[in-house]
Design a protein around this ligand. Structure first.
Ligand code: ZN
Length: 119
């Protein structure tokens, strides 16, 4: 546990990061909060929620979508964070079925660690 001042400094530093950098930092932290017991494993992940306006012209989607933010495949992108384009790549993890999004087409599922190829 760290004191309030240290936590505020940390928040200030995190706010200076762009989205890709924030995801990369959280990649190093969230999986540490993993709990497993018997037949299940629960891990913290980052998610993106998309809330649609009630008067949005598209009627074929739910009022809200939730996707796990997949970690960019740093090995594929030369140890870099992938394209800086927002979370425009979407898909579904073929191993665990979780809907995922990322800034990168080549990414890793944050829940099960499988490689994801997004479009
Ligand atoms: Zn998965």
């Amino acid at each position: 546990m760290i004191c309030d001042e240290a936590r505020e400094r940390l928040v200030g530093q995190l706010r200076q990061l762009d989205a890709r950098e924030l995801v990369d930092v959280l990649r190093e932290v969230l999986p540490l909060h993993d709990e497993s017991e018997g037949s299940y494993r629960a891990t913290l992940i980052l998610a993106q929620a998309t809330l649609w306006a009630r008067d949005a012209p598209e009627e074929d989607h739910d009022p809200a979508d939730l996707s796990a933010v997949a970690w960019p495949d740093r090995a594929y992108y030369g140890n870099r964070l992938g394209p800086d384009q927002g979370f425009w790549e979407d898909g579904q993890c073929k191993t665990c079925g979780l809907p995922v999004t990322s800034n990168a087409k080549r990414a890793q599922c944050p829940a099960c660690g499988s490689a994801c190829q997004l479009t």
